[in-house]
Design a protein around this ligand. Structure first.
Ligand code: F6P
Length: 544
């Protein structure tokens, strides 16, 4: 599949060529010099949208860099591609699909037409159905097979049907109904399911089977085990109707599994798995925090959508963040990006972003099917601060690799406790400062450090970071943060000229696993593999 675009190949865009030359100069400059040259940099290199504040001054850029990066976005057709996405054009070309996660948070008054049909009314219909259901679970009106209230909600899904729900549940736990227990099962490793249900009673447990396709091996295996587990205790097939609901685009497979399609919450092929936490896939989130909070989260997503679509590129948060990622990936050979939330509730945010960023932009061919000319999607990773400081920050500060960091912090914590929050935030500012400016040999010597130790105590600095600040982690702020990264990923994909919305790279392993499973369980054993794979399978068969 290839499409013709009127955008020239990346290396031929004039902004790209100018950036190359520009990098030869600025790449050698230290951030201390950049700050010395421009005392207002800390105020000027900032942008804000709906209470999300971005300080990008601690990056290896100056006015010229930013001008050229914005020009690169323009030459890459970012504005046209953004409009194409928002208006439902089929920009996921390899799957011939529209990419409309923005429709999931569009207000009722908007209209977005795909294949001649306005999709917004259907989105709100599902939201209403979800709200009615969530209220019934939260109030105890929905009874299980034996007449007991539902106390436990177990989401079964994987990838986008798991990471978004888990991340959002953890992020918004503060707002959750505490007499409900939430568990998330994703791994086909039986331990995941066994541990999730080991202390639960089947007659108080509701399973949400979340799968866009309803054919994913891990999810269907776990869903069947869940049904066996529930029926083992409830002893009546009709109990499935009270203890299982499905979230899917595939009504046929849902029916085959035995879930009444009246208990199905639908979504559409134009919602990518990794962009689906604000669709029906977010049902567990809505049950946990309630429909009003869920709607507030969607409002936050929508605010960032409007900002991204309408704000000039040089003041546009997702565009700036996306372009800075391209800058480091392609001009500084940065291989990874660290996301460091200083908010315990965001502990699963880096894991969530890994799928969003790497499944989207881990691509080696352009839209026209050519091999890309540059590096594409970097590796995203991270842990909440301050824990990371006592583990991997050493390498970020004094290692040999350049790792741009996103620090995320809040003016107010959700659990005020003595000086904890000030201490937490002092660490955000300290880390960003230390990374940028480091400590010279002269400074170390001036502290009276023994000569032989001086090199060990030098911090070279010049390590870039963004600092993202917001008032407090609310449902709306979470929506804004997720949409910020979604659109930053989109911006990168447009510059690289890749399809950020397919994921063919997960297919080969799936196909091979199915074949190997047959060989593990069959009488004949492995056939037609390389010598390593063959002997590994044989060893497993002999020892299992
Ligand atoms: O890993 C591939 C993938 O297709 C993801 O994109 C998706 O989020 C996940 O599998 C789960 O898919 P489904 O929701 O169809 O079960």
């Amino acid at each position: 599949m290839a499409i013709k675009t009127d955008v020239s190949p990346l290396g031929q865009r004039s902004a790209w060529q100018a950036l190359k030359k520009h990098h030869a100069e600025i790449g050698k400059k230290h951030m201390s010099e950049l700050f010395a040259e421009d005392g207002s940099r800390g105020e000027r290199y900032t942008a804000e949208a709906g209470g999300i504040f971005l300080d990008y001054s601690k990056n290896r850029v100056n006015d010229e860099t930013l001008k050229l990066l914005v020009q690169l976005a323009e030459e890459s057709g970012l504005k046209a591609r953004t409009e194409a996405m928002f208006t439902g054009e089929k920009i996921n070309i390899t799957e011939n699909r529209a990419v409309l996660h923005v429709a999931l948070r569009a207000p009722k008054s908007e209209s977005i037409v795909v294949d001649g049909e306005d999709v917004v009314p259907a989105v709100h219909e599902v939201l209403e159905k979800m709200s009615g259901f969530a209220d019934k679970i939260r109030s105890g009106e929905w009874k299980g097979h034996t007449g007991k209230k539902i106390k436990n909600i177990v989401n079964i899904g994987i990838g986008g049907s798991d990471l978004g729900p888990v991340m959002a549940y953890e992020a918004l736990k503060h707002y959750s109904q505490r007499d409900l227990t939430f568990r998330f099962v994703s791994n086909v490793d039986g331990t995941d399911f066994a541990e999730a249900v080991q202390d639960l009673e089947a007659d108080e447990t509701l399973f949400l089977v979340a799968s866009k396709t309803f054919t994913t091996l891990e999810t269907m295996t776990n869903a069947h085990s869940a049904r066996d587990w529930a029926l083992d205790s409830l002893k009546d097939d009709s109990a499935v109707a009270k203890h299982f609901v499905a979230i899917s685009t595939n009504a046929k497979e849902v029916g085959k599994f035995g879930i009444d399609t009246a208990n199905m919450f639908g979504f559409w092929d134009w919602v990518g798995g990794r962009y689906s936490m604000d669709s029906a896939i977010g049902l567990s989130t809505m049950i946990a925090i309630g429909p009003d909070n869920f709607m507030a989260m969607l409002g936050g997503f929508h605010d960032m959508d409007v900002h991204f679509r309408t704000t000039p590129l040089e003041k546009n948060l997702p565009v700036l963040m996306g372009l800075l990622t391209v800058w480091y990936t392609d001009f500084f050979d940065a291989q990874t990006m660290a996301v460091l939330p200083y908010e315990q509730y965001l502990k699963r945010f880096p894991a969530y972003l890994q799928q969003l960023t790497m499944e989207s932009n881990g691509k080696h061919v352009t839209l026209s099917g050519e091999h890309v000319e540059t590096e594409t999607g970097p590796i995203y990773w991270g842990e909440p601060g301050t824990n990371g400081q006592h583990s991997f920050y050493q390498l970020i500060h004094q290692g040999t690799r350049l790792i741009p960091c996103d620090f995320i912090g809040f003016y107010k914590g959700l659990n005020p406790l003595g000086r904890h929050h000030d201490m937490l935030m002092a660490n955000v500012f300290a880390q960003a400062e230390a990374l940028a400016f480091g400590k010279t040999a002269e400074q170390v010597k001036a502290e009276g450090v023994a000569a032989e130790l001086v090199p060990h105590k030098v911090f070279e600095g010049n390590r870039p970071s963004n600092t993202i600040l917001a008032d407090q982690l609310t449902p709306a702020v979470l929506g804004k943060l997720v949409a910020l990264y979604e659109h930053a990923v989109f911006t990168q994909g447009v510059v690289w000229g890749i399809d950020s919305f397919d994921q063919w790279g997960v297919e080969l392993g799936k196909v091979l696993a199915t074949r190997i499973l047959g060989e593990i369980e069959g009488a004949d054993g492995p056939k037609g593999h390389d010598s390593s794979t063959t002997s590994l399978i044989e060893r497993y068969r002999a020892n299992k």
